[in-house]
Design a protein around this ligand. Structure first.
Ligand SMILES: Nc1ncnc2c1ncn2[C@@H]1O[C@H](COP(=O)(O)OP(=O)(O)OP(=O)(O)O)[C@@H](O)[C@H]1O
Length: 274
């Protein structure tokens, strides 16, 4: 393997800047933001509310044009939707008039393609939805709908999975189950995953590294390695190491907010570090 192949990240964000046109003028969401994600790595992005996490993730997907800077997948420019990149959102976005199988088939129908049925069945089994293909979304719990959304995203066999607060709407127990499920799936087939979360516990449980963003206009201010072996048990969450890491990151986020709010009259948003 050449040196270039060894050091080339799977996904690279280089000096990304994105500004939105709003009625009150241009709003700079992220500014000179860079992040490299290695192949097979799970990286979480955390930061104060409104710092530009979603903007950064959508830019990585190719669905948002950057104002300047670039996103590279395996060294190639990402400048539009890319089948190598799957996405999961906080809302499962299942079509209510289609059953689960039909929802999973839907994007393939649009592309005039057919899913690999054996792969989809395997995924459904792994997320505990085997036999639920005929169920309508209203017959599925929130957790089951999110699992279906995960299957839909993975049915394309993407090499990168981008997840925007995917389990934020679920109760704490279901969320823990989902985190364990994601780790199990990842250990069987290690896709590169970038995850936005407001939960530092979730970030620590799932990630190899955690990128902390500064307040808007956001950039990656620090990166923390998460040193725990896999598979991770929920018991590690009660250890001093996790407690200390949580506090370090929380201080970075809240400290950033405090220094920012000390300079402005904005009210702090408490969502950032649960
Ligand atoms: N389409 C848009 N048009 C105008 N402004 C936008 C748009 N999308 C996001 N913004 C603004 O850009 C900034 C960053 O938003 P973004 O959603 O990326 O932050 P975030 O860190 O993901 O927020 P949160 O943690 O609250 O979900 C915010 O001030 C937001 O209001």
């Amino acid at each position: 393997m050449s040196d270039a192949a060894i050091i080339q990240p799977k996904l690279g964000v280089r000096n990304a800047t994105k500004s939105y046109s709003t009625r009150s003028g241009d709003l700079l969401a992220i500014d000179d933001c860079s992040l490299d994600v290695k192949a097979g790595e799970i990286v979480s992005i955390v930061g104060p509310s409104g710092c530009g996490k979603t903007t950064l993730l959508w830019s990585m997907s190719g669905l948002h044009q950057l104002s300047s800077g670039e996103v590279l997948l395996d060294g190639k420019l990402v400048d539009g939707p890319n089948p190598e990149i799957g996405m999961v959102f906080q809302d499962a976005n299942l079509l209510p008039w289609r059953n689960l199988d039909q929802n999973i088939n839907f994007p393939f129908e649009i592309m005039g393609a057919k899913p690999d049925r054996a792969w989809v069945d395997d995924l459904l089994g792994r997320v505990g939805l085997a036999g639920f293909g005929g169920r309508m979304p209203r017959e599925l719990s929130g957790g089951m709908q999110q699992r279906a959304a995960l299957v839909r995203a993975l049915s394309f066999k993407p090499s990168v999975l981008l997840m925007d607060e995917p389990f934020g709407a679920l109760d704490a127990f279901t969320r823990e189950e989902m985190n364990q499920m994601v780790e199990e799936i990842w250990m069987d087939s290690p896709t590169t995953i970038v995850l936005i979360t407001h939960s530092l516990e979730e970030a620590i449980f799932l990630s190899d590294r955690i990128a902390v963003m500064s307040p808007r206009p956001g950039k990656v201010a620090s990166i923390h390695e998460v040193p725990f072996a896999r598979p991770r048990s929920l018991e590690i969450m009660a250890t001093k190491e996790v407690f200390d890491l949580t506090n370090i990151i929380k201080k970075e986020i809240v400290g950033d907010q405090q220094s920012r709010y000390a300079r402005s009259s904005d009210a702090p948003v408490a969502q950032a570090a649960r």
